[in-house]
Design a protein around this ligand. Structure first.
Ligand code: N01
Length: 494
């Protein structure tokens, strides 16, 4: 069987990152690329997370690309359907539809050193594809995970995960449990209490909740944004610097962390009058150690007559419901698992085989690392979006993503312009970068003692960037070829 002609670029994943990469590739004159998407639709996280109340807790002006401004956001914080609409509109506006290959689940990526090509393998009997560069844009929160709770398979009622909502299930008149109290749960609970007969919320750890005011964007602002793009850009900058100042308070364990905690406690006092409930909802870790929860609707929902907070730990699931450690069985028609995602920091969801047959999962077995989060030594011409240590925690993921996309597309352009077989980041440069990142992480709130999905079980932080978004973007502003080993003939790389 003859090999198909190699693509210049294979992009894995058709969410925000994959689409942003495709737009910037086209703008840099690269059109020989395909976007491989396992689903039948674009949208990634905003296609999958459609639970009631799903929205972004980052202002929309900031949660959008600067190269694709949207004057028409309806609210300060938009709902998931509107964000999905924005993502879909970019596909049409930038003419990307023909680049999509839907229903393509990548099962393996392997580098051929002789040819300087990646082989992309798919499930089923789909033919392999070859590409000079690969951009892995499959998203860190793409795979929903059910918790490892004893008896979970014995439960006979309805089960729903927040990231795989069952829109055919009617919650009206039902007894419902919500397991988890993270960013997804605090958006779901206020909507569920409006529909269900009763809702019991199972909390393992109380989070820091900060108020959030969501305003409708008025027609005058929309007109201004449209007529004078500088207004849109100024609004974006204002939100950005607001978030950068929050970073001061939550990234580092500074007196400003106390300010954030004071705001959280005042919010709790203002919204919850019952001292017992307030105690149950008071966090026992530093603000920012886990993701801050931005909502003014969660505490009021918990105090509705049909809602109850359960803080006894879950012992087991039973055929009828949930049994807590003090021996009470709570019976439910449906259990909603708002329990997060499979975010292994010690492996890759897709097997990636680089130079000399090296397997990335093996190298990451004690915790993932990369150079500036986008490239890994030994895996030439392969780039990650939202790879290790680029989590914002306090700001818009898209600010980080945009910086990565520009850097990555410059690297792809360089491979083509210089006709390289390999552009491979230097191991020593990568090691120095990571030693510095890990040292700076030691004094952040993320590493201050709580257990979150940011850390491995051993406490290694492979997720967050210990600094401002501006610092992160600054270090990616220019592709410095001195950081890489270049080869136009594989044999010369050694
Ligand atoms: O998931 P999580 P999420 N028994 O992992 C609990 C993004 N996001 O889907 O805290 C009992 O944060 C767990 O308890 P604990 C954002 O990046 C963004 O809510 O580990 N409970 C926790 O309460 C976010 O960080 C938006 O003790 C169990 C919850 O389940 C990420 O998605 C909105 C349990 C899981 O919380 C994930 O958020 C929503 C068990 N066995 C999400 N296992 C925006 O608005 C887990 N839990 C941008």
């Amino acid at each position: 069987m003859s090999k198909s002609a190699p693509l210049d670029v294979a992009i894995i994943g058709g969410g925000f990152a994959g689409i942003g990469t495709a737009i910037r590739l086209k703008q840099k004159g690269i059109t020989d690329f395909a976007i491989f998407e396992r689903d039948t639709r674009v949208g990634g996280t905003w296609r999958d997370n459609t639970y009631p109340g799903a929205a972004c807790d980052i202002p929309s002006r900031l949660y959008s690309y600067s190269f694709a401004p949207n004057p028409d956001w309806s609210h300060t914080y938009s709902g998931s359907a509107e964000i999905l609409g924005y993502v879909e509109s970019m596909v049409e506006e930038f003419g990307l539809r023909n680049h999509f290959r839907f229903g393509h689940t990548v099962t393996n990526l392997q580098f051929d050193e002789e040819a300087g090509l990646w082989t992309v393998t798919f499930d089923g009997r789909k033919p392999k594809v070859f590409a000079r560069s690969v951009v892995v844009a499959s998203g860190p929160l793409a795979n929903a995970s059910l918790p490892n709770i004893k008896g979970i398979d014995t439960y006979e009622g309805h089960k729903v995960h927040s990231a795989k909502w069952d829109h055919d299930y009617d919650f009206a008149g039902k007894k419902v449990a919500v397991v988890g109290t993270g960013a997804s749960a605090v958006q779901i609970v206020p909507e569920l209490v409006k529909q269900a007969e009763s809702v019991k919320v199972f909390q393992r750890t109380a989070g820091w909740v900060l108020p959030r005011v969501n305003r409708r964007t008025n027609s005058v602002s929309k007109m201004l944004y449209r007529q004078f793009p500088v207004t849109e850009s100024l609004a974006r900058q204002a939100w950005f610097w607001g978030h950068e100042s929050v970073a001061l308070g939550v990234v580092w364990n500074t007196p400003l962390t106390r300010v954030v905690e004071t705001v959280g406690k005042a919010h709790l006092r203002a919204q919850v009058k019952d001292p017992w409930l307030r105690r149950q909802l008071t966090p026992d870790f530093r603000a920012g150690c886990k993701r801050l929860l931005m909502t003014s609707d969660y505490y009021p929902a918990l105090q509705k007559d049909n809602c109850k907070l359960i803080t006894w730990p879950i012992a087991t699931l039973s055929p009828k419901g949930i049994r807590t450690v003090e021996g009470i069985e709570h019976q439910f028609d449906c259990i909603v698992f708002a329990t997060g995602f499979d975010v292994s920091k010690t492996g890759t969801p897709i097997p990636i085989v680089g130079r000399h047959g090296r397997v990335l999962s093996d190298e990451w077995s004690k915790g993932a690392y990369a150079y500036k989060s986008v490239a890994v030594s030994g895996y030439p011409n392969l780039y990650l979006t939202f790879g290790p240590n680029s989590g914002p925690g306090h700001s818009s993921a898209l600010v980080y993503m945009e910086a990565q996309i520009d850097y990555i597309t410059d690297a792809v352009r360089t491979v083509l312009d210089k006709n390289l077989t390999m552009l491979d980041v230097r191991r020593d440069v990568q090691d120095r970068y990571n030693a510095d990142i890990q040292q700076r992480l030691e004094s952040t709130t993320w590493n201050s003692g709580c257990q979150s999905w940011y850390l491995t079980e051993d406490g290694f932080n492979a997720t967050m960037f210990p600094g401002f978004a501006t610092q992160y973007a600054h270090q990616l502003r220019k592709l410095d070829l001195r950081d890489f080993v270049l080869a136009s003939d594989a044999t010369k790389l050694g």
